[in-house]
Design a protein around this ligand. Structure first.
Ligand code: NAD
Length: 332
């Protein structure tokens, strides 16, 4: 049996990536939706053949608990809303996937984990790159020290924010912060899955604000350095004012670099031995199939809530370091 997924929040990511990916999945399928927009409910119902009884609004959300078609609830709302809906999904007795970043505070992330534990459901974070072959190769190269001990990591993830400034990504309450929350989390992830470790301390600096009409609540750009216990440093930047997407590692006997590293397709990789030769895959389909498989097997998720919590702790330490100008030690 395929597990039924309900998507909560039918914005860009659900519409352009997750719903199409769910047409290719083998272990799960698009069983239901939760939306506050009646016109979207109608459109999705027709397009994806979703039965009326599996369509919910934010008001009727909690009734999902009585619907045996829905096994997994996938929260694809603005960052500041992940906690509330994850907790309500857990209380409805459903497994949960929350999009990244998991939450906008450490306390929220902890409450999400607690709620899922109490209700005996699994919690995963939408970290699709753990299911992407080039990034998986980087995990192997770094963690298995294929080229010897790592000396240095560099990561950057940025895009030019344009259009109307009236977007939740620029709203501190809903986004939790600027490019660090949205994109920097990929650099934090990259550094952690390259080393297979948690950073012990961080230093950080906000960049200049050149477009105050956009960046009056959240940072425009930020750079930071993650220190690992064996002395490895990851140099990272994230900005809403330029374009970048890189993950590089340098080790004693070789190096590797992905660029673009984090995109949905077209990921390219090179090592000191030559170009990487891996297929482009539907990352979201693999991610949801992988998570569904772990649930069916009763096994731990590859991208568990605890990993999301670790990253929120790191993100908050980066903000503290940038705000105070001090080196901040991270405790887990
Ligand atoms: P979006 O703005 O396109 O969609 C957000 C959805 O939330 C919309 O349908 C909107 O109607 C709904 N919503 C409900 N209440 C809202 C409120 N109070 N304010 C604003 N919107 C509200 O955003 P998106 O790009 O789809 O991002 C959604 C989540 O998915 C974010 O957490 C984001 O970080 C994550 N995301 C992850 C990836 C990835 O590669 N894993 C890619 C894109 C987005």
């Amino acid at each position: 049996k395929k597990l039924g997924i309900a998507l909560v929040g039918l914005g860009n990511y659900s519409t352009e990536q997750l719903a199409p990916a769910l047409q290719e999945t083998e272990n799960c399928y698009l069983a239901g939706i939760v939306t506050g927009t009646p016109s979207k409910a109608k459109e999705w119902k027709n397009k994806y053949n979703i039965p009326e009884k599996n369509i919910y609004s934010y008001e009727t959300f909690d009734q999902i608990k009585d619907n045996p078609d829905i096994d997994i609830i996938y929260i694809v709302l603005p960052n500041g809303m992940h906690a509330e809906y994850t907790i309500r999904a857990a209380q409805a007795g459903k497994h949960v996937i929350s999009e990244k970043p998991m939450a906008t505070s450490v306390e929220d992330a902890q409450r999400m984990i607690e709620a899922c534990k109490q209700n005996n459901v699994s919690l995963s974070i939408g970290y699709r790159l753990h299911f992407e072959p080039h990034n998986q190769r980087v995990m192997e190269l770094g963690q298995q020290q294929v080229y010897g001990k790592i000396n240095k990591i560099e990561a950057a993830d940025s895009f030019v924010f344009g259009g109307s400034p009236d977007k939740w990504r620029l709203d501190k309450q809903l986004a939790g912060g600027g490019p660090l929350m949205d994109l920097g989390v990929y650099c934090v992830q990259g550094a952690c899955y390259t080393t297979g470790q948690k950073p012990v301390a961080v230093t950080a600096k906000f960049g200049e604000v050149t477009r105050p009409e956009y960046f009056d609540e959240v940072e425009q750009s930020i750079s930071w350095q993650l220190e690992f216990s064996d002395g490895v440093v990851a140099d990272c930047t994230s900005s809403y004012n330029e374009s970048a997407g890189k993950l590089r590692g340098e080790a004693e006997n070789g190096w590797w670099e992905l660029d673009p590293a984090y995109s949905y397709s077209g990921i390219k990789g090179e090592t000191s031995e030559g170009e990487m030769d891996f297929p482009q895959v539907n990352q979201q389909a693999r991610q949801m199939d992988g998570i569904a498989q772990s649930i069916m097997d009763g096994k731990a998720s590859r991208v568990p809530g605890e990993m999301g919590l670790r990253d929120v702790k790191i993100l908050m330490a980066i903000y503290e370091a940038a705000q105070t100008g001090k080196r901040v030690e991270i405790s887990y």
